[in-house]
Ligand binder design. Structure first.
Ligand code: OMP
Length: 224
């Protein structure tokens, strides 16, 4: 089976990004580039990373009015990313328009509730109830909007998949048992996330900040 780990290359340093991706490339299935990298290097930087010949997950978490998001997605066409993120809380019309604007072959996935949040953080934004209920509600919205899938933690992926069996489920906030959690709050191990139904895993610091990133990626792959 193909490797389902996307390594999150979160750095504004292009040389470091390339060096990291080159080191781990044989033990991951793809590269995730997010806001830190994109704000520093834009489309030219993404093209340089794509030259490594791994699928690119462009994690820009777009969240704006439907017209603005659709135009932003259109502007990304030349990159033809394998996966692109938007925020589910942007609403149904925004999700529909993002999907309609995306290139054929690009999976549009909606971030439900960031893995750095818990139910207390949710309450502070005015949303009552559990993380589980919030994720399931937004998964239903994403499914109705006709996009490809969602981003959620490994704690909710089984419930989301029960609702949406053919959805594509991206799970970040993944930590090997002995790894530092950092700013993540809803974490699971790589194996548990896959067993619960994740389509792919996003793993950053446990690989990129390891003394030997290649060995860390290899060790994670061995547990899957
Ligand atoms: O969309 C994402 O990829 C994402 C969503 C989410 O809810 N939580 C989350 O951590 N991420 C991303 O996943 C990566 C996790 O990195 P580490 O915490 O270093 O493994 C980061 O690049 C985050 O931007």
């Amino acid at each position: 089976m193909t490797n389902r780990v996307y390594v999150a290359i979160d750095t504004p340093d292009l040389a470091r990004a390339k060096a990291l991706a080159t080191r781990v490339r044989h033990h991951v299935g793809g590269i995730k580039l997010g806001l830190e990298f994109f704000c520093a290097h834009g489309q030219a930087g993404v093209r340089e990373m794509a030259a490594l010949d791994l699928p690119i997950f462009l994690d820009l978490k777009l969240h704006d009015i439907p017209n603005t998001v659709a135009k932003a997605v259109q502007a990304l066409h030349p990159l033809h990313p394998a996966i692109l993120t938007v925020h589910a809380s942007g609403g149904r019309a925004m999700l529909e328009d993002a999907k309609a604007a995306a290139p054929i072959g690009t999976k549009v996935v909606a971030v439900t509730m960031l893995t750095s949040l818990d139910s207390g953080d949710l309450a502070a934004t005015g949303v009552q109830g559990s993380a589980h209920d919030h994720v399931v509600r937004l998964a239903g919205l994403a499914q109705e909007a006709g996009i490809d899938g969602i981003v959620c933690s490994g704690a909710e992926v089984a419930a989301a998949k029960a609702l949406w069996p053919h959805g594509f489920f991206v799970v970040p906030g993944v930590r090997p048992a002995d790894a530092a959690v950092g700013d993540q709050k809803r974490v699971v191990t790589p194996r548990a996330a896959l067993d619960a139904g994740a389509s792919i895993l996003v793993i950053g610091r446990p690989i990129t900040e390891a003394e030997d990133p290649d060995q860390a990626a290899r060790a994670i792959a061995a547990t899957l």
